[in-house]
Write a protein that binds this ligand. Structure first.
Ligand SMILES: [Zn+2]
Length: 506
C-alpha cells in the first residue's frame, strides 16, 4: 500500500516536471504534434519504469521499456540541445553522439566478457563496431569545431567593414567645441517585446502571470533602445545608459550562457551597422574611449550592453541594483571593478525625498526611482536652457506618463507600488518645472522620432526646441496626466498573421 502510494507520488512529480518541460519547449516554438508524441513517450516510460509488472504481463516488458524509455531519453537530450543550442552547435552534438557510442561499446564489451567468463573472453563484434563509430564521430566533432567557430566569427564580422567605414566617413560630424551642455540621443537598435509587456500593465500583466504571458504571447512589437551622450563643458563626456552591443544582437549563442539562452529570445535585438554605439559616437565626433562616466539607470541587459566598449569608464549605479538586479553579468565583466554607488544623501529634491547631487554643483542629480528594478534611478541634467530628465525604464514612452491609463508590465506587490510612486514623483517634477523635458529609453512615438530628434539635432536644447517638446507633451497629456483623444496605444496585428505587429495611437 505504502509502496503504491510512494510510486503514485513519484509519478505525479515526474509528470509535473515533464509538463513544465513541455511548456518550455512549446514556448520555444517546438511544434505541438511533435510535443504530443514526445509527451506520450515520456509518460509511458515513467509508468513503465514504476510498474514494470504491468509491462511484464504483456510479456514484452523489456521491449516496451526500450521502445518508450530510449526514445523518450534521446528525445529529452535532443530537444534540450535543440532549445539550448538551437541545434547549431554541431561539435557538441557530434561529441555527445560519440560519447554515447563509446559508452555503449564499453557496456557491450563488458557484458561479453562477463558472459564468457574472464578467461578466454573475446570482445564482441558489436563493441568493435560501436567503438569505431564513436571514435569516428569524435574525430568529426573535433574537425567541426573549426567550422562552427568560423561560422560564428563570420556572423560577428557581418557589418564590420560597414561599421569601420562609418567610423571613418569623411562626412562624420566634427565635435563642436564651445561652452554649451550637449545631449545626443543614440539609437542602438531595436528590441522585440510583447505588446502587453510594454503597454499592458493595467491589463493583468503583473507578477508571474506577466512573465508567463511574456513567453507565450506572440503579439510582438519592435521598440527602439536609446542611450544618451552628454558632452559637458565642466564634467566631460558621459553616457546615460549604453544600449545594446553588437555581439548581443548578432551572436546570441556566443554571448549568453546556457541558462540565459533558455530564457531569452534568439532574435531579441535588431541592430544595423550604423546603430553600433561606437559608430554613433564616431559620427558625432567622439570616441568611445573618451567616455569617463556612465550613469546606468538600471542593470537590465538592453541598457548595460554597451559597457563592453567602455572598460575605462566609471559606472555610476544604485547599489541595490548591483546587489539584487543583475541577471546577465557578462555585460559588466570589464567594468565590475569600476562601479560607483551613490549615497543618495544630498537631501530632498522636489517630490523626491532624497537624491544625489553627483558633482556637488547642481548640474546633475540622480533620483532613486525603484520599481522597474530594485535600484532603478533617473538622471536630471541641467542644460543651458532648461533641463532634461532621463527616464530609463521607469516610464517607457511619453504616453506612459498617464500612469493610470498606460502602464508597462510590473513585478507586482511592493515593486508595483514603488513603480507608480516613482511615476507620480516624475509627474510632479515635470509639472513644477516647465523648463524640463523627459527623455525616454524606448519611446516609439512621434515625440522621440520627430521632436526629440529635431530639438537635439546639434545637441544643444534651445528655447524653441524646449517649447516644442513641452507643447507636444501638452497636446498628448492633460494637466492631470491623462491621455487626450488620439493618443491611446492599440496593438495592430501584422497583416500576414505572423511577424511583428505595430502600435497605433488613436
Ligand atoms: Zn529597457
Amino acid at each position: 500500500m505504502l509502496k503504491t502510494l510512494s510510486k503514485i507520488g513519484l509519478l505525479v512529480a515526474a509528470l509535473a516536471v515533464g509538463t513544465a518541460w513541455l511548456v518550455v519547449l512549446r514556448l520555444k516554438d517546438v511544434p505541438a504534434p511533435l510535443l504530443t508524441v514526445y509527451g506520450l513517450l515520456l509518460a509511458g516510460s515513467v509508468v513503465g519504469s514504476l510498474w514494470p509488472d504491468v509491462l511484464g504481463r504483456l510479456s514484452t516488458r523489456r521491449r516496451v521499456l526500450a521502445f518508450l524509455g530510449v526514445p523518450a531519453g534521446l528525445g529529452t537530450l535532443g530537444l534540450y540541445l535543440a532549445v539550448v543550442y538551437y541545434v547549431t552547435d554541431l561539435p557538441v552534438l557530434l561529441a555527445l553522439a560519440a560519447a554515447a557510442c563509446l559508452v555503449w561499446a564499453a557496456a557491450a564489451l563488458l557484458r561479453g566478457r562477463w558472459a564468457a567468463g574472464v578467461r578466454g573472453a573475446r570482445p564482441s563484434r558489436r563493441a568493435f563496431l560501436l567503438g569505431g563509430g564513436g571514435l569516428a564521430l569524435g574525430v568529426l566533432s573535433g574537425l567541426s569545431v573549426d567550422l562552427a567557430e568560423r561560422q560564428r566569427r563570420a556572423a560577428l564580422a557581418r557589418g564590420e567593414p560597414e561599421r569601420q567605414a562609418a567610423v571613418r566617413t569623411p562626412g562624420a560630424r566634427r565635435r563642436i567645441v564651445d561652452d554649451a551642455v550637449r545631449v545626443f540621443p543614440i539609437h542602438t537598435g531595436d528590441t522585440i517585446v510583447t505588446y502587453g509587456q510594454f503597454y499592458g500593465g493595467l491589463d493583468g500583466w503583473e507578477g508571474l502571470n506577466g512573465y508567463v504571458r511574456t513567453l507565450v504571447d506572440k503579439a510582438q512589437i519592435a521598440v527602439p533602445v536609446y542611450a544618451y551622450l552628454i558632452d559637458h563643458p565642466r564634467h566631460g563626456f558621459m553616457l546615460v545608459d549604453t544600449g545594446v552591443n553588437w555581439e548581443q544582437a548578432h551572436d546570441h549563442d556566443g554571448y549568453y550562457d546556457m541558462t540565459s539562452r533558455l530564457l531569452t529570445e534568439r532574435d531579441e535585438y535588431r541592430m544595423s551597422p550604423g546603430q553600433d554605439l561606437r559608430v554613433h559616437l564616431a559620427r558625432l565626433g567622439y570616441d568611445a574611449k573618451e567616455i569617463t562616466t556612465v550613469f546606468l539607470t538600471h542593470v537590465h541587459d538592453d541598457h548595460a550592453g554597451g559597457l563592453r566598449y567602455l572598460p575605462q569608464a566609471t559606472v555610476v549605479m544604485d547599489r541595490r541594483d548591483w546587489e539584487h538586479g543583475v541577471s546577465y553579468p557578462y555585460s559588466f565583466d570589464l567594468v565590475k571593478d569600476k562601479l560607483s554607488f551613490p549615497a543618495f544623501n544630498s537631501g530632498a529634491f522636489g517630490a523626491f525625498p532624497t537624491g544625489q547631487d553627483h558633482f556637488g554643483d547642481g548640474s546633475l542629480i540622480l533620483l532613486p526611482t525603484p520599481g522597474h528594478s530594485p535600484g532603478h534611478m533617473c538622471v536630471l541634467l541641467r542644460m543651458d536652457v532648461g533641463g532634461v530628465l532621463f527616464m530609463g525604464d521607469t516610464l517607457y514612452t511619453l504616453p506612459h506618463l498617464a500612469v493610470d491609463q498606460v502602464r508597462q508590465m510590473t513585478i507586482g506587490g511592493a515593486d508595483t507600488i514603488h513603480q507608480i510612486e516613482a511615476a507620480r514623483r516624475i509627474q510632479k517634477l515635470l509639472a513644477s518645472d516647465p523648463g524640463t523635458v523627459p527623455l525616454f529609453a524606448h519611446d516609439n512615438t512621434r515625440y522621440q522620432s520627430d521632436l526629440v530628434a529635431a530639438a537635439f539635432d546639434q545637441g544643444v536644447l534651445g528655447k524653441e526646441g524646449l517649447r516644442e517638446l513641452r507643447t507636444h507633451m501638452e497636446a498628448v497629456l492633460t494637466p492631470d496626466w491623462r491621455l487626450r483623444p488620439g493618443h491611446t496605444p492599440h496593438y495592430v496585428a501584422p497583416a500576414s498573421g505572423t511577424g511583428l505587429g505595430r502600435v497605433e495611437f488613436r
